[in-house]
Ligand binder design. Structure first.
Ligand code: PLP
Length: 430
């Protein structure tokens, strides 16, 4: 490998995951093929039995996707990784890989709306119950959320859109005390700014749609396993990993693939086989282009986010700013400990005057565009009250922690002076 473990994150962003053969293409090749050819049925049979490594059908695995997954795995410091069609698919697969009907999930309440819905509504229809805990819950409150049938704990390192910071060490301690793994969605800080495995998380997920792609070009997701969770030590709780899979010739994943390989092999050979939420090789190629500059871009997103947060905090028309980089943030100390290089470029603020002011502010923006997206090279803004949360009354919005005047600003890669000038003129106009 050209990028040994000891390489820096920047070097891994550029080079990890793919090593050209002598005379081979320098860039990761796009293997745009659904299927792969073999000389004998026996050759192919060994792949189906998971006895030999190789490709047979791109719904399960594809070389382009595997190179890019290996890069993300190297960045997170994991033992195995896989790509999925979206962040939603990544979180669903990561959770469903250890849960089934009759089981229970403990999750932070401060998470992405789509993930909240997945756990609260859709997985409930599959017979999987959930309990939500505040990211600020005390150790006793965390402890009380677990049940005998709890199989996993879930949280977001920096939550979208609340920008709360997860105390990963504390959540991991609670999960491990109950013999279950902690999954952390690390979409916002990316491994450039935070590596959850270093703080005790067991599995990391990503919406690669955000900073990893970074150019709003391809929807995608990723899962990485730390290899640190000992499934066999909790064999009764995780029969899917520790007892024979009758749908796969009686393979016991944790025995055959070990602690570092069992989780991802099961998610690929079982969940990807049956649900087919695969990432296209074209999208993986675009994702890889984004990853090559991730370390350069994240520093700029953080620089712009910090400057914008400080500008907004000092502005009379802004009531409140949520950004862990601000000394006034209740998460400032925790953020500095987990993310000494800063977190991300997303800033939330509440404008005085509520929905009407926010609406006038949004209309006056020139450089920043109105999008539901975040973590893009172009600065974009969203007022949930007039878009994603439109059906809710002001009272309902306040109860959900999304006040009517809340604006989420995703600071792009432009010059910070220009972003601030645009926000300033829009604040003047509203
Ligand atoms: C966007 C997002 C998701 C969902 O990802 P998609 O790629 O849109 O499916 C999950 N978690 C977080 C933190 C996100 O920001």
């Amino acid at each position: 490998m050209s990028t040994p473990e000891s390489c820096g994150l920047g070097t891994k962003c550029v080079q990890a995951g793919y090593e050209p053969e002598n005379g081979g293409p320098r860039q990761v090749p796009i293997v745009q093929s659904t299927t792969f050819k073999y000389d004998t049925s026996e050759d192919m049979g060994r792949l189906f039995d998971l006895e030999a490594e190789g490709y047979f059908y791109s719904r399960l695995q594809n070389p382009t996707c595997d190179h890019v997954a290996a890069k993300i795995c190297a960045l997170e410091g994991g033992t195995a990784g896989m790509l999925t069609s979206s962040g939603q698919a990544a979180n669903f697969f990561a959770l469903f890989n250890v849960c089934q009907a009759g089981d229970h999930v403990v999750a932070s309440s401060s998470i992405y709306g789509g993930t909240y819905n997945l756990i609260k509504v859709t997985m409930a229809k599959m017979g999987i119950e959930s309990t939500f805990v505040s990211p600020d819950a005390t150790d006793d409150e965390l402890d009380a959320a677990f049940r005998p049938n709890t199989k996993v704990m879930f949280g977001e390192s920096i939550a979208n859109p609340a920008l709360t910071v997860l105390d990963i060490e504390r959540f991991a301690r609670a999960a491990h005390a109950h013999g279950v793994p902690l999954i952390v969605d690390n979409t916002f800080p990316t491994p450039i700014n935070l590596r959850p495995f270093e703080w005790g998380a067991d599995i990391v997920t990503h919406s690669t749609t955000k900073y990893m792609d970074g150019h709003a070009s391809a929807v995608g997701g990723a899962i990485v396993d730390s290899g640190n969770f000992d499934w066999m030590a909790h064999a009764d709780r995780f029969p899917g990993l520790t007892t024979p899979d009758e749908s796969y010739h009686g393979i016991v994943y944790a025995e055959r693939f070990g602690q570092g390989g069992a989780f991802i092999t099961k998610a690929t050979s079982q969940l990807m086989r049956d649900f087919g939420s695969t990432q296209s090789p074209q999208s993986a190629y675009l994702l890889n282009l984004g990853l090559e500059s991730l370390h350069v871009r994240m520093a700029r997103h953080v620089e712009n986010g910090q400057a914008v947060a400080e500008f907004l905090e000092a502005h009379p028309k802004v009531e409140k700013v949520a950004y862990p980089g601000l000394a006034s943030s209740p998460y400032h100390e925790l953020a500095r400990r987990l993310m000494p290089k800063g977190g991300c470029g997303v800033v939330s603020c509440e404008l005085t005057g509520g929905r009407e002011t926010a609406s006038r502010f949004m209309r006056a923006l020139r450089l920043a565009s109105i999008e539901t997206h975040v973590a893009d090279s172009r600065t974009c803004c969203l007022n949930p009250a007039s878009s994603t949360h439109r059906q809710m009354s002001d009272e309902e919005l306040a109860a959900a922690g999304v006040p009517a005047g809340l604006v989420r600003i995703s600071c792009g890669l432009e010059d910070k002076e220009d972003i601030i000038a645009d926000l300033a003129q829009a604040l003047d106009a509203c």
